[in-house]
Design a protein around this ligand. Structure first.
Ligand code: MRU
Length: 349
């Protein structure tokens, strides 16, 4: 049987975008096919596809569809159509920087072409290369990260930073896969990750499918598992990392990091360089606020009184002093981050 990790979360096939509908997991593995960029935008908004690197590639493929949909006969008109599609794709989710990065990469390439047909070809080729590069990047990240983990480690992860959050292999779960593949015996503890349950629906599903030892805990058991030494390392993904090492990731990451600090447990972040935002400051980052029913219901079942007020942020910020290392495809950044992150970018040039 084909291993789940080798299945692609998103792919370009016959001038259309094919992706796994993640809202149907863990019960059904269903693929959806889109030929309209507005459907891709809707898929990002409704979490059919989610995870920072995956939505970066979805944005790029969305623009590829927009270019095929355009009837423009001049370069200028095609660029205008692409700008409009870019706006619609960009406005879907505000926190993960990879989406803006993916859209920008495609727009830069589009501007280099001369005729509409040449531009369309360039865009499709570039988006396909971005998808292939995502897998290579994750494998390089895994290799660097695996050196931080030892035989018999039990590693906690939060949310899903796996195959399903990328094109394939994963960032945090890529590090876990690479550690296992290096011959080390490891176990994983996955948090449930309320309210959308990416931990139980996606991380537990993909690790279980790949035969990696995983135990699921409710988010409320993070303190218990750490205090009772049931876990000795943490690795999570990221949606945006600032030049100062401030990490934005799934809501609850901050409390996992704080708890790890309290118990002397190393807390690592794994993310590609495309997740870094070297320009913004913490006050510039928009934290997505999602609908209250994610908190007041589980599925269709009401779990809170009617009319209750809800605060439902999708992400939080973990400050650099709680982070033991940031694993990238270019190496591992260690504190002080302002210096080490800059070095990684310089080495990449
Ligand atoms: O709301 P989501 O499911 O898109 O949030 C995803 C996360 O927070 C992941 O941890 C992050 O994108 C890293 S994915 C490699």
């Amino acid at each position: 049987m084909e291993s789940f990790s080798s299945l692609k979360t998103i792919e370009w096939k016959n001038n259309s975008v094919v992706m796994i509908d993640q809202t149907k997991l863990p019960t059904d593995l269903v693929y959806v096919t889109y030929t309209d960029y507005r459907d891709v935008a809707n898929a990002i908004k409704t979490l059919i596809i989610r995870g920072a690197p995956a939505i970066g590639v979805a944005g790029a493929f969305g623009l590829a569809l927009a270019s095929l949909q355009s009837k423009a006969e001049t370069k200028d008109n095609l660029i205008a159509d692409l700008e409009q599609a870019k706006k619609i794709l960009f406005e879907t989710r505000p926190t993960a920087v990879n989406l803006a990065w993916g859209l920008e990469q495609i727009m830069n390439v589009a501007k280099k072409g001369t005729t509409p047909s040449e531009i369309k070809e360039l865009i499709i080729q570039t988006a396909k290369i971005m998808a292939e590069d995502d897998i290579k990047t994750n494998m390089a990240m895994g290799k660097h990260g695996s050196e931080l983990f030892q035989n018999n480690d039990t590693i906690m992860t939060h949310c899903n930073a796996g195959s399903l959050a990328t094109v394939a292999y994963g960032t945090a779960l890529g590090v876990i896969r690479a550690t296992k593949d290096s011959g080390k015996n490891i176990k994983v503890i996955a948090t449930e990750t309320r309210p959308v349950q990416q931990g139980s629906r996606l991380t537990a599903f993909e690790l279980n499918h790949d035969g990696i030892d995983v135990s699921l805990i409710p988010d409320t058991a993070v303190g218990y598992t750490m205090a009772n030494r049931l876990v000795n390392k943490v690795v999570v993904g990221a949606d945006r990392i600032l030049r100062t090492g401030h990490v934005y990731n799934k809501i609850g990451t901050y409390q996992v990091a704080l708890m790890a600090k309290q118990h002397g447990i190393p807390f690592y972040v794994a993310a590609p360089l495309s997740t870094f935002d070297m320009k913004s400051n913490p006050q510039d980052v928009i934290i997505e606020q999602r609908k209250g029913t994610e908190v007041t219901q589980i599925g269709d079942k009401k779990t809170a009184p009617d009319g209750i007020k809800v605060i439902n942020p999708a992400f939080d910020m973990t400050p650099p002093e709680l982070i033991s290392g940031i694993i990238t495809e270019a190496g591992v950044a260690k504190p002080p981050y302002e210096k080490s992150i800059k070095k990684l970018f310089e080495a990449k040039k």
